[in-house]
Design a protein around this ligand. Structure first.
Ligand code: SAM
Length: 245
């Protein structure tokens, strides 16, 4: 009998690094990453971990130098190719900081390719801090096994968002009614749009509905909070037209 139970399986720590990875590459880690691996994960020289750079997939690496404020890894072999997430963008009106953080973390786990904060007439949000949102997306990607990070766009005004969609279908979460989420989504390039806590103004709703390839979508009979609506719409898309099928 093994002394320790074999379940749950122990997975290797995963770390995002900014350097490009390749067979045999040596990667220096900064103080924050060295502290995480050494003091939080208790890794030592010789320990293995998984690393990814957002482009070349996932790699097995080994710690070859372990200092308090600096570590060096050596890349041994590729363990996975970069995955292709469905081509779905999530455009959301930012809410309060905690809820926006939560939205970005969960949307990364759910597999959004790009996140776009949208400024609408009723958007009440503290300034969106892109660096903070990027850090949250990196942590979520490390945890959920993504090898490609979602792109996080600068906040954009609603009118500009409606113009610059590169031909993708616009799925507009409309609490006043629309096609049921279970049948609305189709495979193909998509952008999901959800509104702020106070909803869209009548004028905004009219301009969204009039936009090319816009599909109003209903997320059911209850009014969802803005961040719940964004994640519910993304989940429904993944189930019906994305990579949960
Ligand atoms: N206008 C509403 C009000 O103040 O009564 C609430 C807006 S809701 C909190 C925020 C956003 O979530 C909406 O603009 C919409 O995009 C989305 N949403 C919430 N519930 C929804 C539903 N049942 N169907 C579709 N979209 C929904």
């Amino acid at each position: 009998m093994p002394a320790t139970p074999a379940w749950p399986p122990k997975s290797l720590p995963r770390l995002f690094v900014r350097e490009e990875l390749a067979d045999g590459a040596r990667v220096g880690l900064d103080a924050g990453q060295a502290n995480y691996l050494g003091n939080v994960m208790r890794l030592r020289e010789g320990s293995e971990l998984l690393v990814f750079d957002g482009k070349s997939g996932e790699w097995l690496a080994r710690i070859v130098e372990a200092g308090k404020k600096h570590m060096v890894l050596e890349v041994e072999r590729r363990t996975r190719e970069a995955e292709a997430v469905p081509d779905v963008w999530l455009a959301f009106a930012p809410v309060k900081r905690t809820q926006t953080d939560w939205l970005v973390e969960k949307a990364t786990e759910l597999g959004a390719a790009k996140l776009l904060p949208v400024i609408t007439q009723r958007t009440i949000a503290e300034r969106v801090k892109l660096e903070r949102l990027e850090a949250i997306a990196i942590e979520a990607a490390e945890q959920c096994g993504r090898t490609v990070l979602p792109e996080i766009a600068e906040p954009v005004a609603l009118a500009r968002l409606l113009e610059g969609r590169d031909g993708r279908t616009l799925y507009f979460a409309d609490e006043s009614g629309g096609e049921p989420a279970a049948s609305a989504f189709r495979p193909g390039s998509a952008m999901i749009l959800t509104g702020p806590e106070g909803g869209f103004t009548d004028e905004e709703r009219a301009s969204i509905r009039a936009a090319k390839d816009a599909v109003p979508v209903s997320l059911g009979p209850r009014i969802l909070r803005a961040e719940t609506a964004a994640l519910a719409a993304l989940s429904a898309y993944m189930a019906v037209a994305g990579d949960w099928r």
